[in-house]
Design a protein around this ligand. Structure first.
Ligand SMILES: [Zn+2]
Ligand SMILES: [Zn+2]
Length: 335
């Protein structure tokens, strides 16, 4: 089969690789779509826990074309979305059902062969049937939306909460929608790029504020006491460093954006102490694929406007470059 391969950090090519064969509890999936994600870029730049060579890709939907002998819950022809995280099920974190903290954590497209390929092999237990109401274009959003659903599970959202999201990229716009869905009173979105500001306004998700010189004053106008929830969806240390200042006393800060692994920020511990700020990290997802599927099936989350480009395997390298330059929103690869 043909697949995108990162032979080494900073290198990308499309090459012929052996077709995957399923183990007894695996299925083989013909990949219909797989989204390019910020994590793929971090992997490409060797800013993540990956080994090379690697077939990347972890946000996929496809059709089962072969089942291992022990697979009884899936059948050939079934459309599935994949939770790329493969937890061991036996370590102390798995026993507490904190599978995303598994000590033997493996991830398709990160530590194992992923889905920017014609075929993917995955354990049947991480594959979820996709209802007919969710087309492939939306189904490729199930994994990122499940990460957002995990963040929502980590974050108490009061119905009086005013929320602030930094970053109107695809993930920031998903977070904003999920916060509304979870009952936040309103959401304010901060973004630097004009095209993303325009999109956030068009989606009507909440107040949209440009990240310019007037930012601090504009946010004080929006919420004089600060925001009960402030979420970072940029991963940019300079943004993160200033974000805590906008948290209301007794409020929550959510670190959702992926910052470079060695980045540091300066936060004032007295301020965190005095104003009782809760700082919450949210990593990947944890048993949150079902809510993501339910939200999409009922049309509660808009994704169509968040996919800006669709390419084939040969278009991957160019698309990754454009994605890195911030010229795209979500890019879907159709192998
Ligand atoms: Zn991702
Ligand atoms: Zn484990």
């Amino acid at each position: 089969m043909r697949a995108v391969v990162f032979p080494a950090p900073g290198q990308v090519e499309v090459r012929q690789v052996p077709d995957p064969t399923p183990g007894s509890s695996d299925v083989v999936i013909r990949v219909s779509r797989c989204g390019i994600c910020g994590t793929d870029l971090h992997i490409f730049r060797d800013e993540y826990a990956s080994r090379f060579p690697l077939i990347p890709g972890h946000e996929c939907v496809g059709t089962v074309v072969a089942c291992g002998g022990d697979v009884s819950d899936l059948r050939v022809g079934q459309r599935v979305a994949v939770d790329p995280n493969i937890a061991c099920g036996a370590c102390s974190f798995c026993r507490e059902r904190r599978f995303n903290q598994c000590q033997r954590w493996r991830v398709l497209g990160v530590t194992e062969a992923g889905a920017f390929a014609e075929y993917l092999v995955a354990p049947a237990r991480v594959c979820f049937p996709v209802p007919d109401a969710i087309d492939d274009a939306a189904a490729a959003w199930i994994e990122p939306l499940a990460c957002v659903a995990h963040a929502m599970a980590r974050l108490p959202v009061a119905t009086t909460a005013r929320a602030l999201v930094f970053g109107a990229g695809p993930i920031g716009l998903l977070l904003a929608q999920a916060l509304r869905l979870r009952g936040a009173l309103d959401v304010t979105i901060v973004e630097r790029r004009a095209n993303r500001l325009a999109l956030a306004r068009r989606l009507g998700l909440g107040a949209v504020v440009a990240a310019d010189d007037d930012l601090a004053a504009r946010l004080r106008d929006q919420a004089p006491e600060g925001f009960a929830i402030v979420a970072d969806a940029t991963g940019v240390p300079a943004v993160i460093e200033h974000a805590l200042a906008y948290v209301r006393p007794a409020g929550h800060y959510l670190q959702f954006g992926v910052a470079p692994r060695d980045a540091l920020v300066r936060w004032n511990p007295y301020d965190i102490f005095r104003r009782e700020i809760s700082i919450i990290g949210s990593f990947a997802l944890n048993v949150t694929v079902p809510p993501a599927i339910a939200w999409l099936e009922r049309g509660l989350i808009q994704t169509a406007a968040l996919t800006s480009h669709t390419v084939d395997l040969d278009g991957f390298a160019t698309a990754l470059e454009a994605f890195a330059a911030g010229e795209t929103l979500k890019v879907h690869v159709q192998p």
